[in-house]
Design a binder for this molecule. Structure first.
Ligand code: FE2
Ligand code: FE2
Length: 303
């Protein structure tokens, strides 16, 4: 028992107690086609256990991504709303809901941490110490490039971009081959995120419509870079996973290259609804912004 005692039962907020029994369940830890290296012939040759270990490591990284992105980026932008740091008119209803989403995201981060610990205890497959991941660092680098006066707005628009994207990682919850515990974790998260999507789409429009043209240009140029950061593949981390399961550096790089060939050349499905939102806000009518999306090879919606 920790210093917080029976926190689940006694804290003011009554959270559902989640027990995770992944190791005893049939199914995979992560949909194999979302972990392309686990399907590589050299990995298959090494045995089912190696493929499964790579899927577990991939799940850890995904859970770390949820933990860090939702607390370091999304919740910081929500704080800016309920602290009144956004220098624009934000309707009351959106202020109040910012607190609710802040709690949701904190809970998602905590559940991700709990699930990761349980799986590690059950499988004895270790995870590296939680750290700020490449995604968060890369999103923050893009935000840092704009004028410091625009940082709260940049962070808010980056959050809205993330929250309106439809994650293939969450959508895999409908896959019958997934372990029930993972599927339940993902579908519960997806239910909350569907509501966050509606909130952030509304918030984005409210904010964007109040910006000056010069602000729209600066922040609009940042948006395709944010999309790229959110969808980027972490080669270093994937190669380290391959080394952890027994491959040498040369084979790890080879497996990575062959597995991800052409994987990220065009960005389409996850950002469709985000791009439609941008179009609704007439973002692409600003020539410089439109060109910046095209330069990043992002296919724009057709009117
Ligand atoms: Fe979340
Ligand atoms: Fe969210």
């Amino acid at each position: 028992m920790t210093k917080l005692g029976k926190w689940y039962e006694e804290s003011w907020i009554q959270l559902p107690r989640s027990d995770f029994f992944c190791a005893e369940e049939a199914g995979y830890y992560f949909k194999p086609n979302l972990v392309p290296v686990s399907l590589h012939p050299l990995v298959k040759e090494a045995g089912v256990g190696v493929s499964e270990e790579l899927q577990i490591l991939h799940l850890y990284h995904y859970l770390d991504d949820v933990d860090t992105l939702e607390t370091e980026v999304i919740n910081k932008s929500l704080q800016n709303i309920f602290r009144g740091s956004i220098p624009l008119h934000i309707p009351n209803e959106l202020w109040g809901d910012a607190y609710k989403i802040y709690i949701d995201e904190g809970f998602h981060a905590f559940m991700s941490y709990e699930l990761k610990n349980e799986i590690s205890a059950q499988t004895q497959i270790k995870y590296s110490k939680p750290h700020i991941l490449q995604t968060v660092t890369s999103v923050n680098e893009q935000i840092d490039l704009v004028d410091p006066e625009l940082w709260p707005l940049a962070q808010l628009l980056a959050s809205a971009t993330n929250e309106t994207m439809i994650s293939a990682n969450l959508l895999q919850c409908n896959d019958v081959g997934l372990k029930p515990t993972i599927s339940t974790y993902l579908s519960s998260h997806l239910r909350d995120e569907a509501k966050h999507h509606i909130y952030f789409a509304e918030l984005f429009q409210v904010v964007w419509n109040q910006l000056l043209l010069s602000e729209k240009k600066t922040l609009g140029l940042m948006l395709p870079k944010i999309i790229k950061s959110l969808l980027s593949i972490n080669k270093r981390s994937i190669c380290l996973d391959l080394i952890q399961v027994g491959f040498d550096r040369g084979n790890a790089e080879l497996i990575f290259e062959e597995s991800y060939q052409g994987y990220n050349q065009t960005i389409s499905r996850p950002v469709k609804s985000t791009l439609r939102l941008f179009e609704k806000c007439r973002i692409f009518e600003i020539k410089e912004v439109r060109n910046s999306f095209l330069e990043e090879k992002i296919i724009l919606p057709i009117n």
